[in-house]
Design a protein around this ligand. Sequence first.
Ligand SMILES: C[S@@+](CC[C@H](N)C(=O)[O-])C[C@H]1O[C@@H](n2cnc3c(N)ncnc32)[C@H](O)[C@@H]1O
Length: 263
Amino acid sequence: MDTQNYSYFIQEFKKIAKIDLSSYKDDQMVRRLENFIRNKGYKDFMELGQLIRTNKELVEELKGYITINVTEFLRNEKMWEDFYKVAIPELAKGKRKLKLWSAACSSGEEPYTIAILLKEHFPNLDIEIVATDLDAVILEKAQKGVYRKSDIRAFDSRILSRYFDVVDGDFLKVKDEIKAKVRFERHNLLEDTFPKSVDLIVCRNVLIYFKDDAKNEIYTKFSNSLTDNGVLFIGATEQIFKPEQFGFKILKSFFYQKQKEGK
Ligand SMILES: C[S@@+](CC[C@H](N)C(=O)[O-])C[C@H]1O[C@@H](n2cnc3c(N)ncnc32)[C@H](O)[C@@H]1O
């Protein structure tokens, strides 16, 4: 790897795109960007770093390239069962309204999954979902809430007809009653202020791309964002090392509960 030129590129990219790639794991990011450089026929990171200073389109293209948007409805289905059978009953004790945050929500499948499951299993619970991502383009798709029918395999036909409208033969649109529960906003987990008084944070399959220092800082901020007894739900390949250092105890695999101060 050409360390010096990569450092130059990330420094320029941070200035221009306001995204600090030094917090992302180098190996993965370099490999990805080297592919980009090769496909474009550029020479190296130095040339890419120079080009982004004047080429706005290239900056936008790069932003789309570095954010891996893979997602799906009900991703890792078993974990969603724990979500509505364990986490939500725990949170809903004595509360009629819950504030939820789907961080790094990509094209919206995750926050809509939350809204649909809660409507199904807790129809009387008042909920507010804030769904955020770094990528403004993917958020536009999320906001539209239109998906190819073949990409919504996880839900059965009853759920599909109850919560989606047919747009044309191949596409379904999330019904307005579900869309109304979700507010999409652009948010950079490495830069921006975190929402406050959140009962449940769902942040899955993004921290795996970050270096340990960045990850730990984000866990600390998540803990500060949560209400006492609030819950953090993470991805299937993720695990928090020594959760107590962030004030968490394990509620269930992949679900961490914030301990009340002094407990
Ligand atoms: C693999 S998707 C995960 C989507 C969803 N959470 C899931 O598990 O299916 C990762 C998302 O993280 C977003 N992302 C990457 N870096 C980010 C950052 N610094 N702040 C917020 N979101 C980020 C990407 O734009 C992408 O949409």
